[in-house]
Design a protein around this ligand. Structure first.
Ligand SMILES: Cc1ncc(COP(=O)(O)O)c(C=O)c1O
Length: 388
């Protein structure tokens, strides 16, 4: 009766079930997986939402790509000394997740494929599935620094592949696209007639980017979609506003925008008040971004300090983003370790397999939690993971 786009089994995973059970028994575990910036004790400017009540929000003036004032605000914010973003190539969406769906509809027929990095953000599997698109994994490899395993990209690319997806900074590895990989990927995409989708939602949160870390914003040689949004850039996921910047050779960009306009016009999903308020929200968001950056730095410092007492665990340094990966001894295995952490230390972390790590034993933590809770929980996590 139901579509195969959805998983046949809907029950939650073993970790979520164990967590729910623990909560019903009155235990409130420390959650080191939290990525909701509105729930981690960050202070937001008191009037940050006041621009939402502007009278302009009372007028409905449907525009498939969004209101000019909002598109111009995004273009202005993203433009820098190296890239000038044209507001005519900015498409507003209700979120980055929705942006993926629009782009898949633009590029793919049911059964077509996109190349997806591994390890990466688990929602990508669902997002592709919901558009009847196949996600074919390619590997990110870590030799002290992360890079794209080019052979795995070639191997995963088939007749029906339509796009290659890059997440930079990546969730959860924190890795960023290297200049040499970008050049290779552009040449590969041109040769195989692929578009590039570059998820750069965490680009405002560099932790320690390598000198050769690059963006795909404004890439002019191949059809490229660069994604971002308020959920990360201003720490306001509840406002539901994301964006796509379309770039590439003029002709193909024009064709893509024409089709994308039809898709966006079908949904018109972005609310008017948030668009009218966008210039003010982006400006006020600078303070939130700074608070998040300070939080990431503080928690990362606490983690590396705690890890220095445990040579058996290895913190994989993130170049950017909100997460961190820790490689731990293989003694227990990820599932058993995460379960033990939950039941004995009352701390929730993610196992590496949630993010498709192909080898080694890893746990993944968010760097967003409240610092006191993060520091005390991380000590327990590392001691248990190191077998002490
Ligand atoms: C890499 C990545 N892309 C996209 C998203 C979704 O962002 P949005 O809230 O704009 O849908 C997330 C959410 O955590 C993410 O980690």
């Amino acid at each position: 009766m139901f579509s195969s786009r959805l998983p046949s089994r809907l029950e939650s995973n073993a970790l979520s079930q164990a967590l729910a059970l623990l909560r019903t028994s009155g235990v409130v575990p420390a959650d080191l997986t939290v990525t909701n910036p509105t729930r981690v004790g960050l202070s937001y400017p008191a009037d940050i939402l006041s621009s939402l009540s502007s009278a302009g929000g009372l007028v409905y003036d449907p525009a498939p790509f969004g209101l000019t004032v909002a598109r111009e605000a995004v273009a202005h914010t993203l433009s820098s000394g190296t890239v000038q973003v044209d507001s005519g190539r900015v498409v507003l969406t209700a979120s980055t997740s929705e942006a993926y769906g629009l782009i898949f509809k633009l590029l793919c027929d049911p059964g077509d494929a996109v190349l997806v990095p591994q390890p990466s953000y688990p929602l990508l599997e669902l997002l592709t599935g919901l558009d009847a698109v196949v996600s074919s994994g390619y590997l990110l490899e870590n030799h002290g620094v992360w890079s794209i395993d080019r052979e795995s990209v070639s191997a995963a690319c088939g007749e029906r592949t339509r796009a290659v997806l890059v997440v930079s900074p990546n969730n959860p590895t924190g890795s960023m696209l290297r200049r040499a990989d970008r050049e290779w990927l552009v040449a590969f995409a041109l040769e195989r007639r692929l578009a590039i989708i570059s998820d750069e939602v965490f680009s405002d949160f560099p932790v320690a980017p390598g000198p050769d870390a690059v963006s795909l914003l404004g890439e002019s040689r191949v059809l490229t979609f660069t994604l971002g949004g308020l959920s990360k850039s201003a720490g306001l996921p509840q406002l539901k506003l994301g964006w796509v910047v379309v770039s590439g050779p003029e002709t193909v960009v024009g064709e893509a925008l024409g089709r994308l306009e039809m898709i966006c016009d079908t949904y018109l999903s972005v609310a008017t008040p948030v668009q009218v308020a966008l210039p003010q929200l982006l400006a006020a968001g600078a303070e939130v971004r700074e608070a998040i950056r300070a939080r990431l730095r503080e928690n990362y410092r606490a983690l590396t300090l705690a890890a220095s007492a445990h040579p058996a665990v290895r913190v994989i340094p993130p170049e950017g983003g909100w997460s961190v990966v820790v490689q731990v001894p293989e003694t227990l295995g990820e599932e058993a370790l995460v379960s033990q952490l939950l039941h004995e230390a009352h701390v929730v972390v993610h196992p590496g397999y949630f993010f498709d790590f192909d080898r080694g034993t890893h746990i993944v933590m968010s760097l967003l939690p409240e610092p006191g809770l993060f520091a005390s929980s991380v000590s327990k996590v590392l001691a248990l993971a190191a077998g002490q």
